[in-house]
Design a protein around this ligand. Structure first.
Ligand SMILES: [Zn+2]
Length: 154
């Protein structure tokens, strides 16, 4: 099983974002560096939920926003490690729609259940596979790191 390492501050930010947008979904991107066993996250970037038709159970990051996030990340020597979104009053497990709309193979997809406005479980799933046709989500363990991480060196 792969590992997603999240500094405690970022873990809190992701969960608080879901509480803030409740009963709608929140979404954003995770920036970090790949490690031999998974991802080390260095930052989280909020994104506007552009799904106005069904914002309570769908999320979407506009392509133009994603390009901007990616450009900012590479300026800082980071990659897009994955994405996060919330499930208002639904378990922190991926849906068929989540899988269909996930295209970043090798990246992690973090889901937080927000139950009655309070963040509950947070789980991460790695989008595994080689091509779009055989992509699948694999459970990933989340390690929340207490101390701040060193961003230097890269
Ligand atoms: Zn979802």
């Amino acid at each position: 099983m792969t590992v997603l390492r999240l500094p405690a501050a970022i873990y809190q930010v992701i969960r608080a974002h879901g509480e803030e947008t409740y009963p709608h979904e929140c979404c954003g991107a995770l920036l970090g560096l790949s490690a031999s066993d998974g991802w080390q996250v260095h930052d989280a970037v909020r994104a506007g939920n552009t799904r106005t038709d069904s914002a309570h159970n769908r999320y979407h990051i506009a392509p133009v926003e994603l390009v901007k996030i990616q450009r900012e990340a590479s300026k800082r020597g980071l990659d897009i490690a994955g994405f996060y979104h919330s499930h208002p009053d639904h378990p922190a497990h991926w849906s068929a729609t989540d899988l269909a709309e996930a295209h970043w193979i090798g990246c992690c997809y973090v889901i937080t259940e927000v139950a009655l406005g309070k963040a509950a479980d947070t789980n991460s799933f790695l989008l595994a596979g080689l091509v779009e046709e055989d992509k699948r989500f694999e459970c990933q363990s989340i390690v929340v790191e207490e101390q701040s991480i060193d961003r230097g060196g890269n």
